[in-house]
Design a protein around this ligand. Structure first.
Ligand SMILES: O=C[C@H](O)COP(=O)(O)O
Length: 249
């Protein structure tokens, strides 16, 4: 039985006040059954989040890291620094990083390895653009992104991984993949994983991301291969995010 994971990616949004609101609200939240919840605020809020989330079900996540431990990389943050801060999860390969900062599959892989080296759990984000979907390439693109990373990891490293399928055309657009479309891709990822690591395929957590909100979460999370969500916009509204976490239970 896979434990659901709900991850809130604040992107370049939020405030110290919102961190406090999340800490206060989640201090009193009872989730209906075991579910992991992580919030990924921007770097400057990690310190406040570490204090505010203590005693709540919220874990600390980061949005990216630099593959190096330290060095002349102005503006960057290393995995070692994040681990010292108590960060438990980090995103790798988010489509905004792939598109806006031109992160390649190889660079995504390097970030995953850097996170694993310091004991941080990577959430590998994959997904096709609308053009790729229209060209019938969705599955090829997604399995290439998954395989580039997963096929190179050791079995023990693979067990630290979560994969988030986020069709790029559904991110921040209000256009959610249908539960059937999402389920179909999740099943393809799980089948692919089973082709070289059957034991992991059953245990691997697969998240859906792309305009998931308090109204559509339940239906998406009811799909057999969807084990949680990577939430953008709705993770900035504490009541909506709480409702999604409760749906996961
Ligand atoms: O990381 C989160 C995803 O990009 C989804 O964002 P969204 O929920 O605003 O569509």
């Amino acid at each position: 039985m896979r434990k659901p994971l709900i991850a809130g990616n604040w992107k370049m949004n939020g405030s110290a006040e919102l961190i406090e609101t999340f800490g206060r609200t989640f201090a009193g939240v009872e989730l209906p059954s075991p579910v992991d919840v992580v919030v990924h605020p921007p770097f400057p809020y990690l310190d406040a989040a570490r204090s505010a989330f203590a005693g709540t079900p919220l874990s600390l996540g980061a949005q990216t890291l630099n593959p190096l431990h330290s060095g002349a990389r102005t503006g960057e943050v290393s995995g070692q620094m994040l681990a010292e801060f108590g960060v438990e999860y980090v995103l790798a390969g988010h489509s905004e990083r792939r598109q806006l900062y031109h992160e390649s599959d190889e660079q995504v892989y390097e970030r995953v390895i850097a996170a694993l080296t310091v004991g941080i759990r990577p959430i590998l984000c994959v997904g096709e653009t609308l053009e790729e979907r229209d060209a019938g390439q969705s599955e090829n693109v997604v399995l290439r992104q998954v395989g580039y990373v997963m096929a190179r990891l050791e079995p023990g490293q693979r067990r630290m991984m979560t994969i988030a399928y986020e069709p790029v055309w559904a991110i921040g657009t209000g256009r959610t993949a249908t539960p059937e479309q999402a389920q179909q891709m999740m099943a393809a990822i799980r089948d692919y994983q089973a082709s070289f690591d059957p034991a992991l395929a059953d245990a691997l957590r697969l998240l859906y991301g792309g305009s998931m909100n308090a109204s559509n979460a339940q239906e998406l999370l009811a799909q057999g291969d969807i084990d949680g969500g990577l939430i953008g916009g709705a993770s900035l509204k504490v009541d909506d995010f709480k409702a999604i976490c409760q749906s996961a239970g």
